[in-house]
Ligand binder design. Sequence first.
Ligand code: LRH
Ligand code: MN
Length: 396
Amino acid sequence: MNEKSAEKARRALDKLRIELPSWGFANTGTRFGKFIQAAAASTIEEKFGDAAQVHAFTGACPTLALHVEWDLPQGRNDVARVEQLSRQSGIRPGSINPNIFQNQEYKYGSIGNPDPAVRKMAVQHILECVGIAEALESRDISPWFADGSNYPGSQSIRHRMEYFEEGLKEIHRALKPGQRLLIEYKPFEPAFYHTDVADWGMAYLLAKEAGPQARVLVDTGHHYQSQNIEQIVAWLLHREMIGGFHFNDRRYADDDLTLGSIDPYQVFRIFHEIQMYEWETGAGADIAYMVDQSHNLKGKIEAMIQTVCVAQELYARAAIVDYERLAALQQNCSVVDAEETLRSAFWEDTRPIVAGWRKAKGLPEDPLRAFRESGYLEKITRERREKNMRSSASYA
Ligand code: LRH
Ligand code: MN
């Protein structure tokens, strides 16, 4: 790789920040159960501590996404505790994720529920999340709605749209200046006939309807197999309606596997669309890069370190694309040369550059190895084993 490209990669790495999900450090599973890890985090203290480890070894993830019911079960009353943990760990609270899918009342939906009392309850919870975000100086409130139905005819799809429009407008009215409402879409699961916010277009229209501080959140696992995700990203960039990503990887559905473990070229193509947009417009795309994974078999902290490293390597590859040349080749419809210009960047091994970037920042060149040699895992395993092994593994 020539020095010009290496410098472009280093500048891109200086910019890239990845937000980690608190729930990615906890024992999670599938509907067929979960395999308990003795070292997993189960308290907000442990989640901040583990996130601080990943940031200490990678230097790229200074914020932690919080899921309110799981991390702030007392709502606003837990804010002071979270602020204290943030000061202790050096990790800032990131996006605030409401939980409008777990409570029994949400059986037939949250803000899309035919029952106005349940809609009110869901909107109230999200309004409390807006308050928590303000108190924690977090910018983004990112609700995901499991709302939908399982059988044709069992719900009015159009009535539920109206409920969503009303609810999101009420929430948007409560946003403080600078705050953003990130609307996440998902085609199915847990609803298996229709999901109210099923794709980017529905999220886009609801965000536009809600107000100017609403954006769309793209979870890479929330797409049908044949969907062209980078084309969706290009649309949302073009319309300045993309707010953030939940990065993960999948072979089949919303598998929440580690980033780039199945299709690294997919992630590269997404980063390419963003960096070519930034090159062409000269404007930084205002995107929150977040991870949303559940590590059922891999060690939680190791999986996070892997994820951040892969994101850095792929983001650096997209940064070294010769955009001047590519734009000219696209204009001339030089198909093969344009493709080769993009692909040749993908085949560049950016790991030495990323390792050098870390070294220059006083970070370990190999974060995974440094973490393994740190003894942190052995320490938390001793501290947490007894508590974790007591927790239930079964689904039903
Ligand atoms: C839904 C989702 C959402 C989170 C949850 C943990 O599939 O992607 O972003 O709230 O996972
Ligand atoms: Mn998600």
